[in-house]
Structures are given as C-alpha cells and as structure tokens.
Write a protein that binds this ligand. Sequence first.
Ligand SMILES: Cc1ncc(COP(=O)(O)O)c(C=O)c1O
Length: 362
Amino acid sequence: VSELLDRYRAAAAACDDRVVGSPRRTPAQVFARLAEVAEELGLTQLDRYAEHGAVELLEREVAELFGRPAAVFFPTGTAAQQSALRVWCERRGSRRVALPDLAHQLHHEEDGPRLLHGFRFEPLTTGWQTPTVADLDAVADPERLGAIQLELPLREAGCVLPTWEELVELSDRARALGVPLHVDGARIWESQPHLDHTLAEIGALTDSLYVSFYKGLGALSGAAVVCDEDVAAELRVWRKRHGATPYALSPYAVDALRGLREELPYVGDWVAWARALADALVARGLRTTPVHTNTFLVAAEADPDTVTERVLEHLARTGVVASLPWRPAQAPGTALTEVVVARPALAHDPETVAEWYATFTA
Ligand SMILES: Cc1ncc(COP(=O)(O)O)c(C=O)c1O
C-alpha cells in the first residue's frame, strides 16, 4: 500500500493540471512570488520575533476581517490551539476541554496537548456529527469546563458544519455557562459561504478562533488566533514557551497575505463547484457527505487500491490529477476519498470529472 502511495505522490507532484487541491508551485515560483508580494505590500523590514513587518500587517488584517481587537500569528495551528486552550484553562483553573472526538488534537498531535499541558479532553460528540446545545448539556458539570471547542467544519466527518442557528445557540449557551468558546477554524474561510454570515459575524460568536493560511488559502504554512487584546498578550507568551516564535516569520506571513488577496475572494466559487461535482457523483451512484464547504468525502463499493491504481493510469494517460488516493472506509468493501476543491478544479467540467470517478470505481 505504501509503495502505491509513493507512486501516487511522485506522479502527482510532477503534474500541474489537477482537480484536487491547491495549484502546484515549484520552490522557485514560491520564493519569486514572495519577493513580488513583499514589494507590492511596500514592506521595508522583516519581522523580528513576530513583531513588525509582514506579521504585524497580517495580524491587523485578520483581526479586522473577523471584527475582533487582536490576532496572533503562529507558525502552526498545533501550537496556536494548544496555546489558546492553555490560556483559557489557566484562567479557569480547569484542564477540562469538551470537543468533538474527531478533533485534530486527539488524532494528529502525538498526544502533545495531554503530555505538554495536561488537558483532559471530554467528547462533545462521537463520530460523524456536529455538536448541538443538547451535546453540550450532556457534558458533566459543564460550568466547570476550562473551554469548549468546536471545529468548523468538522474535517474528519467530511467537513460538515452546524447550521447558523445551531452555532448561535452553542455560543449563547457557552456564554451563559461562563465557559470560553474556542473554534478550530482551520477551514473557516471555506465555511463562510454555507454559514451565510460574514467572517465578523462568525468571529463575534467566539472567544478565540484559530484560522489557517495553508489549507484553502494555499500559503506555505501558518495560523492565527483571533481574540481580545488581553488574550493575545497571553498567547504571545505561550507561543514563546512553545518555541514557536522564531527570529523571523516573514516568509510565512507574506505568503498568507498573498493567499488572502489571491485565493480568498474565490472560495465561494470553489464551494459551488464542489456542490456541482457532488450532485454529478450522486447521479452516477456514488455516495458523498453533505457538501457544506469546498471539501467532502466520496464513497463507492470498490477496492481502494484498485481505484487508486486506476487514478494513476488516468493520470499517466491524461496528465490530470483527478483524485487523491482512495482508502478503506469503515464499511466492508467500501473505498473512500476526500475531494478538496480549489482554483485548479475550476478549469474542469464537474460532469466530466464525475464520469472519471464513476469509471475509477466501476
Ligand atoms: C482541523 C485542523 N485543526 C488543526 C490543524 C493543525 O494545523 P497545523 O498543521 O498548522 O499545525 C489542522 C491541520 O491539518 C486541521 O486540519
């Protein structure tokens, strides 16, 4: 299987034309564009330990987008979220954090949040569902939680979102309990069209909101936490303690500023294209998770490795990366893949792509 994945990665990395993911960029293209954007932005100095320069500009822009007083840039979302939860838990005198059991911290952070911070995670939901107020009410002693975390969208469940009303209810209940609401908004840009409210209206529901610059926005790396000034000051201390305040972060911040300008205005088009593809897939007998963002899961009754082999054959023949690798789903004889729609997909017709997927899984 890993030999197949290696072949997939090597073949996909050599292809410019793709249906899934952000545009391919060579290192030289990335660095050349950084220089151009730095000039366009009129930057005259590098940041120093995340102060001044592009980092300051990015933090101001992001805070403004979400209508909040402050934003703190982090090189990774992992450090950003551990810092945010630590700030709340210190203030609250409780290490209990309620979150969906599919949260990033529980699956992709090598147990760091527990080992480094002693968080006690309690499941708000189990599996492919987004939390509601009823789930929060079912947590023991909710008023003694250190923080509540939502993930918008819930990535491991196919990037599904609550309704706006459910989100407002959760925010109201967290406030009534006096428990800070932290949002994992790694894909919040991609969630905005479905929530159908402005980023500032979304930001107003949260006490801290983490955003990522390298998923939909396609930047090199990087994250920010949007919050109040006093929280931001504490976050900067925890960022230092994490060893996550290097001498200069400008390349990441400049690429994030580029992503906000070049990609963010088009996210709505990606979501619409994703919906069109999902409809065309369902019409051909494949199954999908509900399409709330630019990303969803597709399932078919097929052997995952066989499907991935067909994707590779198609790639060799046409030069198009039509899909990500397929993996076994939690149902016998079922293959699953994640479809991530960004700028490159828009050059393709969703009906044609759906036809390819039907052939791969036949
Ligand atoms: C939902 C979610 N939260 C947090 C993270 C962590 O971000 P980073 O890779 O910047 O540490 C990711 C990254 O994939 C993510 O998908």
